[in-house]
Design a protein around this ligand. Structure first.
Ligand code: GTP
Ligand code: MG
Length: 520
């Protein structure tokens, strides 16, 4: 019997592979090293294939849940609520990254306020701040000869308004003396000019913060100059910062306190620290701007429109600008950053003693991002469609002619009628109900923006039921499979209420999941 040998004498492949008889020692060493490397790579490929097979096998039993809806509808905020519920520690680890986002939100808002004031100062001179029936760009056109519009200026605010608002405080803080004449138009403009000067260094840092968050990726059409982030941005923000850190870790008591309570291993980002210091010294100026009578009047007249997160962080500016600021969970829920593409989040959800892996896909909702949703439609088990009902007076950033409620309805029609999604469990979140209530209480009239609302009563219950009826109608018209639509009125920044709803949604998805599993 022939003993097995590496080089069998009569095997043609072996003969072909056989090293030449003239091989030198050096060539032999190189050949053996190359063979060993090839073997290592081949084994690595085998291992990766095995892992992929295993992953696919496991994923078959997983629940795949898509969060869909237009930009700013609240998908990522809802994802944070899932994270809080099923992976609370991971949110703690991300607090450092959220601080960067919140600082960015504040700086971006300050810039927006000052730019808007500047745009108005360009064209306006006196008397009264007009309400929002005419856009700034229209006014700029008017300046071209048809008519000049009145301008927002401190003189527009009546004496009574001055006395009853925090304006006097704002004025004295802004001027640093407080002895300005309350009725002086010039002093109001001067105060704003002085605040603009004092806040300019912090506003100049906006771009660097945006770069830190996006990793230098600029996306065209990022609307109001926000930042898009890809999946895993939290870890990358820290990496980007670490790449920039050349000095040793600071070791002051404050730094240590902040670092210890966030993470033992992450040194503070020098850029974020610097912005923190700037915010601390600028706190009085920021408050002065926020409370300035011109700004107040511009907001009241809706000439200056601030996003909900802008208002939230400016209202909490003393806390946010304190030297040892660490974002609270509520702050994280209010922080705003645009999602780019699709971000996958994985949780283990325990229900009735059975642990099931859930894959939550949080998508970018802007029009330019929607093409990336489709590859996830194939094997989705459930969708939560998030529609912000407070947006009746808002228009798409991507297309200022399209009302946001209209866009949500069009998008919902596409989702309901998509053949790939016909068996998917469908849940509708009519979101931002807190903001809807606030807008209606302020006296905003739905019929002004949605003419079909007609003469109905402008109260919360009538309005939400009106919107709900429209979404139900879309669903009914595109429901050949007679699937159920689960509807919830939500405010996903409200943790207690949202977690209760998530519990309901989880149970209903799970029931559907068990039924389909039983059919397989
Ligand atoms: N007050 C209030 N704010 C909300 C609510 N839902 C979301 N927000 C805020 O709205 C902003 C936008 O929410 P996101 O969750 O980032 O929106 P998104 O749908 O993920 O947006 P894209 O990623 O651009 O598609 C954030 O600042 C949230 O804090 C809500 O129900 N009430
Ligand atoms: Mg998002």
């Amino acid at each position: 019997m022939r003993t097995p040998s590496l080089y069998s004498q009569d095997d043609p492949i072996t003969i072909a592979m056989k090293p030449p008889s003239t091989e030198t020692d050096e060539e032999r060493t190189a050949r053996l090293a190359a063979e060993s490397e090839a073997k290592r790579i081949s084994e690595q490929i085998d291992e990766e294939l095995r892992e992929e097979r295993e992953r696919l096998r496991k994923r078959k039993g997983d629940v795949k849940l898509l969060l869909l809806g237009q930009a700013e509808s609240g998908k990522s905020t809802l994802q944070k609520q899932f994270q809080l519920m099923y992976k609370p520690n991971s949110l703690d680890q991300e607090r450092t990254s959220w601080k960067t986002v919140i600082y960015f939100n504040v700086v971006h808002t300050l810039k927006h306020i000052l730019t808007t004031l500047e745009a108005w100062d360009d064209v306006l001179d006196d008397d009264d701040i007009p309400d929002d029936t005419t856009s700034i760009s229209t006014k700029k056109l008017m300046r071209g000869g048809i008519s000049d519009q009145p301008s927002p200026s401190a003189s527009l605010i009546s004496e009574t308004a001055m006395q009853s608002s925090p304006a006097s405080l704002a004025r004295s803080e802004a001027s640093g003396s407080g002895n300005h004449s309350v009725s002086s138009k010039e002093s109001g403009a001067q105060q704003i000019a002085s605040l603009r000067r004092k806040l300019s260094p912090i506003i100049a840092a906006e771009e660097q913060l945006a770069d830190r968050l996006s990793g230098g990726i600029n996306v065209s059409g990022s609307g109001k100059g926000g930042v898009y982030v890809r999946s895993g941005w939290q870890a990358r923000t820290i990496e980007n910062a670490l790449g920039k850190i050349k000095t040793k870790r600071p070791s002051t008591a404050t730094d240590k306190k902040a670092r210890d309570s966030v993470s033992q291993d992450i040194p503070p980002d020098p850029l974020v620290q610097e912005i923190g210091r700037m915010l601390e010294v600028s706190e009085a100026d920021i408050r002065a701007l926020w409370n300035h009578p011109t700004v107040r009047a511009m907001i009241a007249k809706r000439r200056l429109k601030l996003d909900e997160w802008s208002e939230f962080f400016l209202k909490h500016i003393s806390r946010v600008s304190s030297p040892d600021y660490i974002p609270t969970t509520d702050d994280i829920l209010h922080a705003r950053i645009q999602t780019m593409g699709v971000a996958e989040h994985i949780f283990d959800v325990n229900i009735h003693g059975k642990s099931v892996t859930w894959h939550l896909y949080d998508v970018g909702g802007a029009r330019g991002q929607r093409h990336s949703w489709v590859p996830y439609f194939d094997d989705a088990n459930a969708i939560i469609f998030v529609a912000p009902v407070s947006a009746f007076d808002q228009y798409l950033e991507e297309d200022p002619r399209t009302n946001r409620i209209d866009d949500s309805l069009q998008l919902f029609t596409q989702i309901c009628s998509n053949a790939l999604l016909k068996n998917v469990h469908l849940v509708l979140f009519l979101n931002k109900t807190d903001l809807l209530k606030a807008k209606l209480e302020q006296g905003l009239k739905v019929r002004k923006y949605i003419t079909s609302f007609g003469e109905r009563s402008n109260d919360y219950e009538t309005v939400v039921q009106y919107f709900r009826a429209h979404f139900l109608q879309v669903h009914r018209r595109n429901n050949e499979n007679r699937r159920v639509l689960y509807t919830h009125f939500t405010s996903v920044v409200d943790t207690k209420a949202t977690q209760r709803i998530i519990g309901n949604v989880r149970d209903s998805i799970f029931r559907g999941y068990l039924q389909s599993a039983a059919l397989v």
